[in-house]
Design a protein. Sequence first.
Length: 154
Amino acid sequence: MKKQVKNSALAQNKKARHDYNILETVEAGLVLTGTEIKSVRASRINLKDGYAQIHNGEAWLMNVHISEYDQGNRFNHDPLRPRKLLLHKKEINKLAGQTSQQGITLVPLKVYLKNGFAKVLLGVAKGKHEYDKRETIKRRDQEREIRRTLKNYG
């Protein structure tokens, strides 16, 4: 009997797609403690202010809040601690080269479980200007209006 692959998002960073142009995405594993993975499975994770950085040849996920586990008592973790990302050395070197460019950063887009392991989808992102954000909103509204009129007349 085959195991089912579950790939449902436990947390998403919707603001990242609004504030950044996502140039490329990379899947990375997360190194978590016991109480952290229990909180992640309960969807008690916030990616809003998170980012990733390359330091000494290792990838780290910074400023991502994983709430303390309710039954964790003294074994609980620090909610904002840096967490190591699992990537191949080749991928880390590629990301380090990309983030060394001006205005490019790594942002977590979503956290999900894959075959029982916590994974994070990182986006290589370039910040949007205010007028780019307005243009995106305007285009989305126009597409919504077109779909609405086609639905009424179709």
